[in-house]
Design a protein around this ligand. Structure first.
Ligand code: PMP
Length: 353
């Protein structure tokens, strides 16, 4: 077994740190100075190192470009009040990337390569972690098939890489969503619970069509009845109905979100009744028509919680409640306070670097 406890580092002589305007960070465009990379060949992960961020070269025959063996993760490091750094629930993301890899017939990552490697990278990039309210360092690990050989088969060569980028205050406001009953994101037995590139590619056209109709995002429904709501964009879905927090179950066709798990844990500890069960859009329409007060929101790493202010169902719009005393506001604050060290980390979620 290769020792990944301390990876060789080639320092970047041209730091880009001075060129970033931390008050106006546009997400996704400002990689930090270094990246982690490793190669899988001859049935083992080798050549792990941290190098200056740069473009990579790949054969046009690389299998990922043709048959889509790609998976990724996304999570964040936060600056703590004492100036230290904490990565949120990295172990859960490690477990999830291995589940995604396994589903796509790709080799799993050794724990030290992922955990120690990312700790080392984040420590090296610590000056890139903003300290303002709601800011963080986004960490994007990914694996793809690099073997240069056409033919639909599991590849024998892969690359693992990790890049990071600072994130400013992420505020997209309240969102409007359309319940999609034609296009399908995933079916049970498919790849909906894997974080693989193809899931996201298949969502682009239906989302663009919803955008043209004036909605920001879709709520996907199940692939059989086209009725049970699944998730929305890159977020899991939650509702508050009759003062109960209701969320679709982990059926195999939705991603097992780590924010979802964190919010459910916090809600249960606050004594809020939680139901993980199928929710049909018909149930939602009936509840709106009865005049019930309903909260609806998406939960995910990017925005933590995005309140939904308008839901389009079969050509009619319904309006969930978004108020200063909404339950989602309490849940969001509690989770943010734990991540940023303002509330005690009772669950051991913060991985201090
Ligand atoms: N569903 C999908 C499809 C996603 O891409 C994400 C973002 N990873 C989520 C849900 C939320 O997951 P998490 O809370 O782990 O970010």
């Amino acid at each position: 077994m290769i020792d990944f406890t301390s990876l060789p580092v080639t320092e970047n002589p041209n730091s880009g740190l001075g060129t970033v305007d931390f008050d106006h960070i546009v997400f996704g465009q400002n990689p930090t100075d270094h990246m982690l990379q490793a190669i899988y060949s001859n049935s083992e992960w080798t050549d792990a190192e941290i190098v200056p961020f740069s473009t990579i070269s790949l054969s046009p025959l690389a299998l990922c470009l043709h048959y889509g063996q790609t998976v990724f993760e996304g999570f964040k490091a936060y600056r703590q009040p004492d100036g230290g750094i904490s990565v949120f629930r990295m172990d859960k993301h490690y477990q999830r990337i291995n589940r995604s890899l396994s589903r796509m017939g790709m080799p799993e990552l050794p724990e030290p390569l992922f955990m120690q490697g990312i700790r080392q990278l984040v420590d090296l990039e610590k000056d890139w972690i903003p300290s303002g309210n709601d800011t963080s360092l986004y960490i994007r690990p990914f694996v793809f098939a690099s073997e240069p050989r056409l033919g639909v088969k599991g590849a024998k060569e892969y690359r693992f890489m990790v890049v990071c980028m600072p994130m400013g205050k992420y505020y997209e406001g309240n969102v409007s969503v359309k319940v999609e009953t034609g296009f399908v994101r995933a079916v049970e037995g498919g790849t909906g619970d894997a974080k693989c590139g193809g899931n996201y590619a298949a969502a682009i056209l239906p989302t663009q069509l919803a955008n043209q109709q004036g909605y920001d995002q879709l709520i996907w429904t199940d692939g059989i009845h086209h009725e049970y709501m699944e998730e929305s964009g890159t977020m899991n879905l939650m509702f508050v109905i009759d003062e109960r927090l209701v969320t679709p179950p982990l059926s195999g066709s939705i991603l097992e979100g780590i924010t979802r798990d964190s919010i459910l844990t916090i809600a249960r500890d606050l004594g809020i009744p939680v139901e993980e069960r199928k929710i049909s859009y018909r149930e939602l329409v009936a509840a709106f028509e009865e005049g019930k007060k309903i909260e609806a929101f998406g939960v995910g790493t990017a925005a933590v919680i995005s309140p939904i202010e308008r839901i389009g169902i079969n050509g009619r719009d319904y309006f969930p409640s978004v108020q200063d005393n909404s339950l989602f506001i309490t849940l969001k604050k509690q989770l943010q306070d734990i991540r940023t060290g303002l509330a005690p980390d009772r669950y051991g979620w913060n991985e201090i670097i």
